[in-house]
Structure formats: structure tokens, C-alpha cells
Design a binder for this molecule. Sequence first.
Ligand SMILES: Cc1cc2nc3c(=O)[nH]c(=O)nc-3n(C[C@H](O)[C@H](O)[C@H](O)COP(=O)(O)OP(=O)(O)OC[C@H]3O[C@@H](n4cnc5c(N)ncnc54)[C@H](O)[C@@H]3O)c2cc1C
Length: 411
Amino acid sequence: MMAAITAAWEGGEVTLLEGGERVGKKLLSTGNGKCNLGNLRLGPEDYCGADREWLGECLSQFGTRDAILFFRKIGLLIKDRNGYLYPAAEQAAVVLDVLRTELRASRVELVTGCKVESVCPTGGKNAKTGFEVRAGSQSFHFDRVVLACGSKAAPKTGSDGSGYRIAEAMGHRIVPVVPALVQLRCEESCLKEVAGVRADAQVNVLSRENGEKLYGERGELQLVDYGISGIPVFQLSRRVNYLLREQGGHPKVEISVNLMPDYDDEEFERLCALRTLLLTDRTVEEFFAGILNKKLMYLFIKLAGLKRETPVAKADEAKMAKVYRLCRDWRLWVTGSNSFDNAQVCAGGVDTGEVGRNMESLVVPGLYFAGEILDVDGRCGGYNLHWAWCSGYLAGKNAAGNAECEEVHRV
Ligand SMILES: Cc1cc2nc3c(=O)[nH]c(=O)nc-3n(C[C@H](O)[C@H](O)[C@H](O)COP(=O)(O)OP(=O)(O)OC[C@H]3O[C@@H](n4cnc5c(N)ncnc54)[C@H](O)[C@@H]3O)c2cc1C
């Protein structure tokens, strides 16, 4: 939609082919129906996949301010919640409405129910004679094509990975695609006992070779009966899925969860020593009360091999120490993630090494890319939609005009 509008503003005669019955279905489910469409704090470091320098050059041509101005221009009011941008109406449907209205106002011809199967450069890859686009019994001819088919995430919304096949058939390399921003599934059946608990945590992914921390994220961890979820987990999921992919057989990745991330080792030791001095006349359950969520503490007492009703004076010291250790370093084995159906985005996609900073293919001139089909995936917080706006703007602008980019308010 962004590419089509921008190309039309550039004077292009634009046709938008959409496989579904309506455009922009995925937008409706974004941000829990409120659409977190951007972020005031945004840079290449908020993304993975593509080369940082390439991303930086793309984002510098269409940043958050440009996106705000674009939306203002098409009638959408935006509000800022601690840097996270939402439509003022707090409804994703409103964002889709203004985009669809602008498609109409800009005279973009919209063809829905048109599932593209192939895009072929007519007269060979370098001939610049245009493209034949086939969709079922329909066939179209265009001078230039922007491929913006999305990824494989949430295929119910229309993005089923067909864009990768179309790009691959034209000679593009596809970086292996895995679900990202998705829940992780764990081996431990005891998670059932703590399902529903949410807690602030530092979640670290550990190396299989030496147990050292590879990646880490802090935020609200959500425990579910089959594994772990929440923003820190979502943010680690692309890396965990690639680690799992590298392993053969029955892959698994070790995670360490620190449920007391505000304490460093020294502070934590002081705290334990103090509690041991003060709380001598308690049962094990009473002794450990007041530190963590109750369900979690019951689980840790059980995992340490203690009974809740045992007086602390009679409790095994090593087992007591294990409860403390679990609070700071609870190990879980991740065996996989939820599928593409549950993923918010995909990692992988069209290799950006074969795409110019104007979004034009370096393999097939006249072919452009926009959005998640590219090997670019962002953190939670409006970054993925910003990438869709930014790359869509660049693809549309350059496909139509192939001119140097101007600032959006001068379009
Ligand atoms: C539940 C959920 C919540 C999310 N929340 C947020 C959020 O709050 N903030 C954020 O920044 N990001 C969020 N995202 C991610 C964001 O929605 C996507 O990154 C973004 O929509 C990608 O835009 P796109 O245009 O590349 O792909 P899509 O939005 O998937 O659009 C691709 C379109 O191409 C069509 N299509 C696909 N193949 C073909 C074909 N062969 N022929 C014709 N048409 C085709 C599809 O039907 C679809 O309409 C969320 C994603 C999900 C699933």
C-alpha cells in the first residue's frame, strides 16, 4: 500500500495486485488491534538480518519523522506513548482506512482476489522491457514491479511465503526463513504448574559449547504450559530458531532465566545471608515467601527437593541454596518455537546483499522489494511496520521515478 501510494504520487500508473479479498488484513491484528506503527527511538540496531550499514542508509532516507508526516498528510493522527507510536484513535482499522482511502484518491487500481504465481522479466533478466505477471488465468504486463508479498508469518492474513518463491525463480537468494517474535516451547513439563505467571526477568540464551551467555533480553516473561513467552522471549526467538536450525537430530537450546535481575551477585548473597539470620523460626515455605510469585516459589522448592512444611532449621542447606540459585538461574531447554501461524514476523527472506538502497534488485533491473519479504526483522515496538513504510516508500518512489529521494513533505 505504501509503495503503491508513493509510486502514484510520483506520477506512476499503479496497479496493486492483492491475493486476498481485501488489502492490509495483517494490519488489523497489529499491536493487539491498536497498531503500534512506529517508534520515536529507531535505528539500524533495532533490526536483524540485513547489513547494518545498508539498513542505516535505508532508514536515513525515511525515518520516523517522515512516517509521521506521511500519515499526517493522508489524514491520520498519531499519538506517542513513551516513544511507541499509535494511531490517536487507538484502532488499527483506522490506519487501514486512511491507507485504503489514499489508494483510491491516488487512483491506484486495486485488483483483489488476484494471487500472483509468477513474475517474469520479458525479454530476459537485463532487457528492461518490463515484466509479465501471472495470476491464475490472468496475465498482466508492467514496466516495473514491486514485490511486497510479506513473509510466512500469520499466513491467515495472506502472507504465505509465495513471494519468496517468486523472487527465487527470478534468481534471488533467500536467506533461510524462520518464525520470529514468537513463543518458545520447552522440554520441562513442570511449566504447567506455573502457567499464567508473569514476572520481570532477564532471559539469556546459553552456548551449547561452553554454557556462556550468547544473547540476552530483559522484560516481562510470561510462562505458558508448553514454554515461555513475552517480549524478551519474542525478541530472542529468531536467534534461538537459527541455533536450533543449525543442530541436527533432536535440537535444543539452553536458556537461563534470572527472576531477580535487579540484584547483582554480591547484593544477592547479602540478601540471602540476612534472611538466614532473620527468618530462622520459619518453615521452608514461610522462609522463601515474599521473594517471588508464590506459584514459582512453590515450584522451585519442589525442584530443589524440599518440602514446604519442613522447618528451616531441619532443611538441607544445599537444597536451600538450590532454591536461591533457581531464582537467579533457572535453566530451561527450548526444543522449538510455535509455528509461523503464531509468529508476528519472520527472520530471513530476500538477501538484501542483492538489493540496492533504493530497493531495486541488483539481479533483475526494474524489480523492487518492500516490507517483510526482505531479510529484515525488527524488535517489538513498531519497528516492523516502520520497515514496511520505509521500504515501501523507497520502492514506490524509485520504481515510479527512479529519482533521488526527496523528503516526504515535499512529495
Ligand atoms: C499478530 C501480529 C501483530 C503485529 N503487531 C505489530 C505491531 O504492533 N507493530 C509492528 O511494527 N509490526 C507488527 N507486526 C508485524 C507487521 O504486521 C508486519 O511486519 C508487516 O505487516 C509487514 O508488512 P508487509 O507489507 O511486508 O506484509 P503483509 O502485511 O503480510 O502484506 C503482504 C500482502 O501481500 C499479499 N500477498 C502475499 N502473497 C501474495 C501473492 N502471491 N499475490 C498477491 N498478493 C499476495 C498478502 O495477502 C498481504 O496482503 C505484527 C504482526 C502480527 C502477525
